[in-house]
Design a protein around this ligand. Structure first.
Ligand SMILES: NC(=O)c1ccc[n+]([C@@H]2O[C@H](COP(=O)([O-])OP(=O)(O)OC[C@H]3O[C@@H](n4cnc5c(N)ncnc54)[C@H](O)[C@@H]3O)[C@@H](O)[C@H]2O)c1
Length: 268
């Protein structure tokens, strides 16, 4: 391990905090995002925390920008040891209201952005026997109502990570997937959906989180060191996932009640 990490969506929120957590261990960071002002701020903070690195604008929807970033990582850092596919956007809305364009947008960033990040960086992590960390969500496991396109994209990230875990084991490439519940970041700035007051409902859930993005980054750091594949940073998320595995119907019943409540609220 030579301590080189690439993070997508590093200009804000969890991506920034992951970069800072590893920077505190003296790592070199390749920081990418579509938000260049955010990236400059993250690099400054990374240096103050004891790390170093470079920034590069990269839209995860564009595979050529990701392969360009991988080339820059080879040229500037001599390779990469850990790839963090973190960039993502928020969406909401009931299935009958979501347009196919809402679906395309969500899948292109939150699912295909991760697929493309894994593909572009695979040769580098194969060379370093490194790790891939994909940021999914509890939405991948619990399928809350009123956000089916987000749920599907994140479930895809979990399925991709499970596939890579077994395919890359023989090559000594580690794979981890992170499924946080809601936490406060700038995620709602990117919100897209047909039901405007659903944005307010989701924003409230983010604000109510008992833990911060920095807490989550710290938890991920510890779990990756322990070799845990599926990382669930929220205590309530771990409990809910346990219940779902034992008694999925109990969760479906709860979600159906929640769906009715959400539908009523979204009409008021
Ligand atoms: N905040 C939450 O409650 C929550 C819960 C579960 C999972 N997540 C996931 O955590 C990840 C990080 O989100 P966050 O909460 O820190 O939000 P955030 O908005 O603070 O950070 C996301 C970053 O991704 C960048 N981004 C968006 N689209 C991009 C694109 N096409 N290409 C490159 N970068 C792009 C944004 O510019 C932003 O800097 C996302 O994948 C999100 O789905 C967040």
């Amino acid at each position: 391990m030579q301590n080189r990490m690439m993070v997508t969506g590093a200009g804000s929120g969890l991506g920034r905090e992951i970069a800072l957590r590893w920077a505190r261990e003296g790592w070199q960071l390749a920081l990418s995002d579509v938000n260049e002002a955010g990236l400059a701020e993250t690099l400054k903070m990374v240096r103050e925390a004891g790390g170093d690195g470079f920034t590069q604008r990269c839209d995860v929807r564009d595979y050529s920008q990701l392969t360009g970033l991988a080339q820059a990582c080879e040229a500037k850092l001599g390779g990469i040891d850990v790839v963090v596919n973190n960039a993502g956007v928020a969406s909401g809305g009931f299935f009958d209201e979501l347009s196919l364009e809402d679906w395309d947008w969500q899948i292109a960033i939150n699912l295909m952005g991760v697929v493309k990040g894994c593909k572009a960086f695979l040769p580098l992590v194969q060379a370093s026997h490194g790790k891939i960390i994909n940021i999914a969500s509890m939405a991948a496991l619990m399928q809350a109502p009123g956000m089916s396109n987000y749920n599907v994209a994140k479930a895809g990230v979990v399925a991709l990570s499970e596939s890579l875990l077994v395919e890359l084991k023989q090559q000594n490439v580690g794979v981890h997937v992170v499924c946080p519940s809601f936490f406060q970041t700038n995620l709602m700035d990117s919100y897209r959906g047909p039901t405007p007051n659903m944005k307010a409902q989701i924003s409230k859930l983010l604000e109510a989180s008992p833990i911060t993005a920095a807490d989550i980054a710290d938890y991920i750091y510890g779990q990756v060191a322990e070799g845990v594949f599926m990382i669930l940073p929220h205590e309530e998320g771990r409990m809910a996932w346990k219940i779902k595995q034992q008694n999925p119907q109990a969760i479906y019943d709860e979600m159906a009640v929640l769906a009715e409540k959400k539908r009523k609220k979204s009409k008021t």
